[in-house]
Ligand binder design. Sequence first.
Ligand SMILES: *Cc1c(COP(=O)(O)O)cnc(C)c1O
Length: 408
Amino acid sequence: MERLDVVNNKERFEKLKEAIQDYLDVKDTIKTGIEDEEKIEYQKKKILSYFGAGENDWENYKWQLKNRIASAKILKVLLNLDEKEAQQIEQVGKIYRFAISPYYLSLIDPNDPNCPIKRQSVPSSLELVEKGELDPMDEEHTSPTKIITQRYPDRLIIKVTNICGMFCRFCQRRRLIGETDTHASLDDITDAIEYVAQNPNIRDVLITGGDALMLSDEILEWILRSLRQIRHVEIIRIGTRAPVTLPQRITKELVDMLKKYHPIYINTHFNHPREITKDSKRACEMLSDAGVPLGNQMVLLNGVNNHKYIVRKLNQELLKIRVKPYYIFHPKRVKGTSHFWVTIEEGMEIIESLRGRTSGMAVPTYIINAPKGKGKTPIMPNYLLYFGKDKVVFRNWEGEVFEVDNGQ
Ligand SMILES: *Cc1c(COP(=O)(O)O)cnc(C)c1O
């Protein structure tokens, strides 16, 4: 009988392997930035030579910020665009401005018409489609002070800047990106900190923007020090896309400063495996080594990552650089972003395709934001088939149905 068991098990292990064979067959065709390093290096050289700059400039985040590309003419040269596309970019850019760090620009593959990096960063005429709202989250009406949004009993966000290393074309806060780069005034930040100090129910403070790491180390340290003086503030979270769009921002000075104010958590925003490069990996590892746990908040975007294998590869590669996939957000219906919208079925299928087929650590929560700022709401594939008083019926990740006794 023992021998038979072994044979049965062997079949079972074959079946398990088969359950992910489809993914194993394609995963190498979805390249990370590390796997496509040669192309990225080539673009980097081209950009550096355009600016007459060198390696030291590239590694300097101030140089990266100062030289964000915000002109269609320069994009035309660096991405070999035709005249018509350059004109469209210029026209759309007047309505929704754009700015792309030289680093993030180097990730674009000019020969790929569907490049997921280009889709996230370069203006498209599709942004002129008149669908959606400018402020679907109604943030304007959930602000106890000018730069705070509070929707939950024990936590809130402070928006400290409207600057980013790159303005995402799907940005939910397009209305705040405006004409010019501005940080919140020190008075507004002081008011926000004062509100936190006055409200002992606030135990979790999120510093975001824009991109919170666009503040100088000095201002950021002043905010962190002030928050740490408030006894009821337990954790501080920083929202930043810098590890993805401007990894040079993660310096030794920055991480040495952050680690004085623990517990600090950082949530970043990778949307595609191509964004995992040796530079973004280094940035994440420096933060982790300084004791900052990293989470990822992906936005599900048509034409960028609305595919189960892309998301599986992204999440597995993120775990390799010690970033835990935290949320997948259903795209908000922000005006000028309708070409990124996906159906809720697509999102549910992606989540369902992850469960069982990859580490539980690689399965984030899929979230839809209720309109009018009514809060983050999880969406789950349905594993619960029947709820009886004494018995509950489920299906597992492989579709097998099972029954569990309920209660005593
Ligand atoms: C997203 C968000 C938070 C944080 O939500 P968590 O589910 O705790 O990560 C807090 N406040 C506001 C206003 C938010 O939009």
